[in-house]
Design a protein around this ligand. Structure first.
Ligand code: FES
Ligand code: FES
Length: 163
């Protein structure tokens, strides 16, 4: 068993964090089990489902495949960082309005992949949306409501994602 610890400092959901971690721990483990942010889900644990998607320095990544040590010095966003003061942001509300959430297990990861896409490209075309969400598996919705939500968020303009 590896008992070595590492110390990392990074910005998580707009706040500076410093934490000692087991040196071989995944980003997912540290976010959920050490920092207590359980919005990020563990599905497959091997990079196949996208339930663990977080945004690191603007890129959507699978937290289950990333060492937590790699977060050092990074800007990290999880689903808890999308809204403010306990309220949902407009992108999240668009998912609700379009019934894009059923069991909800995939939803945090899909929101984070969508957020990363829209931060780079406020008006993605259909192919770009499909490609951005291709790593996120949903077993409930059939994807159409999710796709409709992203399209509606796009039609609302960039301000839809900023709060
Ligand atoms: S839990 Fe990370 S991709 Fe499935
Ligand atoms: S809403 Fe259940 S897996 Fe997507």
């Amino acid at each position: 068993m590896d008992l070595k610890k590492s110390h990392i400092e990074f910005v998580l959901n707009h706040k500076k964090r410093a934490v000692d971690i087991p040196s071989q721990a995944s980003a997912l483990f540290v976010i959920r089990e050490i920092l207590g942010l359980t919005g990020t889900k563990e599905g497959c644990g091997v990079g196949e489902c996208g339930a663990c998607t977080i945004v690191v320095d603007g890129e959507a990544v699978n937290a289950c495949l990333m060492f937590a040590a790699q977060l050092d010095g990074c800007e990290v966003l999880t689903v808890e960082g999308l809204g403010k003061d306990g309220t949902l942001n407009r992108l999240q509300n668009t998912f609700l309005d379009n019934h894009a959430v059923q069991c909800g297990f995939c939803t945090p990861g899909i929101l984070m992949s969508t957020h990363a896409l829209l931060e780079k490209n406020a008006c993605p075309d259909d192919d770009e949306i499909v490609k951005a969400l291709s790593g996120n598996i949903c077993r409930c919705t059939g994807y159409q409501q999710i796709f409709s939500s992203v399209k509606e968020a796009c039609s609302n303009g960039q301000e839809a994602f900023d709060d």
